[in-house]
Design a protein around this ligand. Sequence first.
Ligand SMILES: *[C@@H]1O[C@H](CO)[C@@H](O)[C@H](O)[C@H]1NC(C)=O
Ligand SMILES: *[C@@H]1O[C@H](CO)[C@@H](O)[C@H](O)[C@H]1NC(C)=O
Length: 172
Amino acid sequence: MAFMQFFTILAIVVVFLSSAALATDHIVGDAKGWTINFDYDGWAKDKVFMVGDNLIFTYQKDKHNVFKVNGTAFHDCTIPPANEAYISGNDTITLLTPGKKWYICGVGKHCADLGMRLAINVVSRAGAPAPTPMPMPMPTPNPPSNSAFANVVSGYQVVAAAMVALMVMIFA
Ligand SMILES: *[C@@H]1O[C@H](CO)[C@@H](O)[C@H](O)[C@H]1NC(C)=O
Ligand SMILES: *[C@@H]1O[C@H](CO)[C@@H](O)[C@H](O)[C@H]1NC(C)=O
């Protein structure tokens, strides 16, 4: 009985902690939003962008837009076809994969001359289940992490804890 209670509590705690730690919304440029003459390198420098987080670009919709581009287009401020633009003025872009990501404004010389370019590095959420509909975590080793928490909340442990909780509900 005490055994079952321990695992039920453990399962609830693990599942709760992992979902609480899931996604951060990063409002690009904070209160200034997505605009000209802002230091987006400085804005991004101290932030940690994780898979599952959102980038939110807020701007006056007739004045700017957002394109996701590759490193070359970022460097050269090459504007992609207009139909690839985000144009709502309040665009949420979910970071789905780890690695470098680049965003530019495609209006006038906003990228080339006025600093409307953002480069970030997205890191995987060590151990936590990726926000993809995979039935089981892939059996790949997790990258080393200096966070004890991230190690505890591994995908396997979440799955295992959920299964234990299910068993407890069925058999208790
Ligand atoms: C980068 O994007 C541009 C424009 O979309 C494309 O022409 C180019 O081939 C891409 N470069 C790489 C290295 O993917
Ligand atoms: C942007 O959209 C989010 C929901 O996606 C909403 O909560 C927020 O209030 C909107 N912000 C503005 C400035 O419209």
